[in-house]
Design a protein around this ligand. Structure first.
Ligand code: ZN
Length: 295
């Protein structure tokens, strides 16, 4: 984790390692293992105790794209924060129906500013949202409790506040509970199947336009691959050729390793809560391996 500065001031590639974490706000209720809100709060405290600072993902992307010097990052323990699928619980505090309230991701991030410092400017976390209103309405019933908790009305105020930025997690996630998805053969459950120009335009370009409109022009220039599935076409052809036109500058997968200076910008790995770690002690062990340069 600690970057070594070479005699000429450059940071050693081997030593630069930034874990980017991913949570899902629909995981709520119960203890750390079931509730990503509790896990996030606990993990942010662990990170603060260990001397980490948050790096905004757009800032990290500028470093990876060579637009910003990595030298100020030398000696820093840095962590990136992201949230997938864009449930209301990313931004809206949750009423439990019995007068209790659970705290949203946005509230946790805002409060954590008091005890977990940030490396630089920019949003503290990124919410990768599913664009299609029709898909979210159906998913709210198939995956949720049908409580209309998968809306987009909060995107604009959330993006404007600047704590939790809004970014693109595809048009419909090619989710396997949807009757029809934007894939030429209606192949569901795998984003690897988005491997043609037409499907990429439907899933990525249209989503970016919709999200940008709903956030009044504040959509971040980042993409999060559904299921963490990275097709060679998207990584090697579509994003390199069309990213500038789309206003997308980097894409995040769930590769389960730290980000390094030579990480490719169209396949930036993340660690997923519940997959790469499940408990508070798992999380500390994960940071141990990251800090030793092993992950
Ligand atoms: Zn997702």
């Amino acid at each position: 984790m600690i970057a070594d500065i070479k005699s000429d001031g450059r940071i050693g590639l081997r030593q630069f390692a930034v874990p980017v974490l991913c949570y899902h706000s629909w995981a709520v209720g119960g203890d750390y293992e079931l509730d990503n809100h509790l896990a996030l709060e606990s993990d942010l405290k662990t990170l603060a105790e260990r001397g980490y600072r948050v790096i905004s993902l757009p800032v990290l992307v500028e470093v990876l794209r060579g637009e910003r010097s990595p030298s100020p990052l030398a000696g820093e323990k840095l962590v990136g924060l992201s949230f997938d699928d864009g449930w209301d619980y990313d931004y809206c505090d949750i009423e439990d129906g019995r007068g209790g309230r659970a705290i949203s991701i946005h509230s946790i991030l805002r409060q954590s500013r008091q005890w977990l410092p940030q490396f630089d400017e920019g949003p503290r976390g990124v919410s990768f949202v599913i664009a299609s209103p029709e898909a979210r309405a159906l998913l709210d019933r198939s995956c949720g409790a049908g409580l209309d908790h998968w809306r987009d009305a909060w995107w604009a105020p959330c993006a404007a506040e600047g704590v939790l930025g809004i970014a693109n997690h595809s048009w419909d996630h090619v989710h396997d509970t949807l009757p029809v998805v934007r894939q030429r053969a209606n192949q569901k459950g795998s984003f690897f199947e988005i491997d043609s120009f037409e499907d990429a335009e439907g899933q990525i370009a249209d989503a970016q336009r919709y999200i940008d409109q709903k956030t009044h022009g504040r959509a971040l220039s980042l993409f999060g691959y559904p299921y963490g599935h990275v097709s060679a076409y998207l990584r090697d052809v579509y994003f390199p050729d069309h990213g500038a036109r789309l206003g997308i500058r980097a894409a995040f997968s769930t590769g389960g390793t730290s980000v390094r200076l030579n990480t490719p910008i169209w396949d930036i790995p993340r660690f997923v809560c519940g997959e790469h770690w499940k408990t508070k002690s798992d999380f500390s062990a994960l940071l141990d391996t990251v800090e030793k340069g092993e992950r």
